[in-house]
Design a protein around this ligand. Structure first.
Ligand code: HEC
Length: 67
């Protein structure tokens, strides 16, 4: 969750306000996050924000706990 806050929401709050991630909406967004980050690799967007390998693993593990 910290990864989402620091690496995703910073931008979504500005560019995509309907998708600011919270614990509450993870039921709805968990699978689309997985899809965008790990399958299609579209997010995070831009070159200034990248997930470190550690952050990427943390996010993946955490998403797995939701399912
Ligand atoms: C620098 C800006 C930026 C960052 C950083 C960013 N996003 Fe996004 N994201 C966008 C924008 C703009 C859209 C809407 C346009 C689009 O879908 O391309 C979007 C759309 C999405 C969508 C919806 C896609 C769809 O199918 O409609 C998801 C899910 C998403 N982002 C997940 C993430 C996750 C998870 C991260 C962090 C790991 C992240 N984003 C980081 C800008 C960003």
């Amino acid at each position: 969750m910290e990864v989402l806050e620091s690496k995703c929401n910073v931008c979504h709050a500005r560019r995509n306000p309907s998708r600011v991630f919270t614990e509450e909406n993870m039921d709805a967004y968990g699978s689309s996050i997985y899809e965008q980050v790990f399958v299609r690799k579209r997010m995070p967007r831009g070159s200034s924000i990248r997930l470190s390998e550690q952050e990427s693993n943390a996010l993946k593990n955490w998403l797995n706990t939701l399912k």
